[in-house]
Ligand binder design. Sequence first.
Ligand SMILES: *Cc1c(COP(=O)(O)O)cnc(C)c1O
Length: 366
Amino acid sequence: MRIPMVDLRAQFLDIEPEIKEKLNEIIESTRFILGPNLDALEKEIASYHGVKYGVGLASGTDALHLSLRSLGIGQGDEVITTTFTFIATAEVISYIGARPVFVDIDPSTFNIDPSKIEGKITDKTKAIMPVHLFGQPADMDPILSMAGHYNLMVIEDSAQAFGAEYKGKKVGAFGDTGCFSFYPSKNLGCYGDGGMLITSKSDIAERAKSLRNHGSKELYHHSEIGFNSRLDEIQAGILRVKLKRINEYNRKRRDKALIYSERLKGLPLIFPEERPERHHVYNQYTIRTKKRDLIRNSLKDKSIASVIYYPLPLHLQEVYRDLGYREGDLPESEKASKEVLSLPIYPELTEGHIDEICEVIRKALS
Ligand SMILES: *Cc1c(COP(=O)(O)O)cnc(C)c1O
């Protein structure tokens, strides 16, 4: 693609000397697992969010998975989440033998509709798992007050929203845990797989640290069945270089989003809307239109990337057929899945590229 969804090379060239110096330092140190870079990164990310602990893990999926386990959720429990998200959000609920209970979205933000949560709470419900989809914070106030009222835990899937804020506070810092993915295309991405959970509760941090390392707190002493899910030193080192620039990267994403919305003004499209008191970090710039497929084809003809996040909500996925959902059950998500289109967005995307993309869309719609 001439204009890709993300251009990781452009970002790398900008920080190349610092990255290479970091890589050399780590390789020469021969400390590759559970070393000083992970230690420092966990402290830096915890402090960035104003929480006490960070636990570096092998992926964002593992951050969600080990959050559930550290919180003691398991067999027979129910966890409420949105149906309009990446499969990992629900998959981890299934890993532990719990049942995902899907809720519809607020169509203007694509995030879980808090007014539809209460009706799904049963005596088996243990947690709510909101997702800050595309970089826009979910509506945390009603979610937290409901969780407080029904004594539920909150696990934030912040995989797409590193640095996003709700009423001046960073997402990930609201729940019992906040979960991040450092998959290369995320706002803060490493050069492989990586993830982290953050929390202010020492018992949760300790349990997660044990679970990521074969259920051991002391070397070769195992108190429970754990996993091999550590964030390695090379990834941690790369993330430390990029963390210093994350606010700049997010600011640039916000600038590009603003330019898109200006250029597309007047066209029969719905643009992403930043809700008041929220700081959207645009992991995706996602428009809505009934002419989605037409636009997508026109872009493709000009070698411009676009992606449908997500073409099928989770309650209608084959893997969840046995949960018994049917088409029409969560109509806003089903409608969104037929109308959404995410356009290229990344800090290095040029204004010229945005002009070109918007021109193709304008022509397709004329
Ligand atoms: C990327 C992502 C994940 C999973 O992260 P990985 O690091 O790829 O395991 C989970 N939830 C959402 C919403 C994501 O976008």
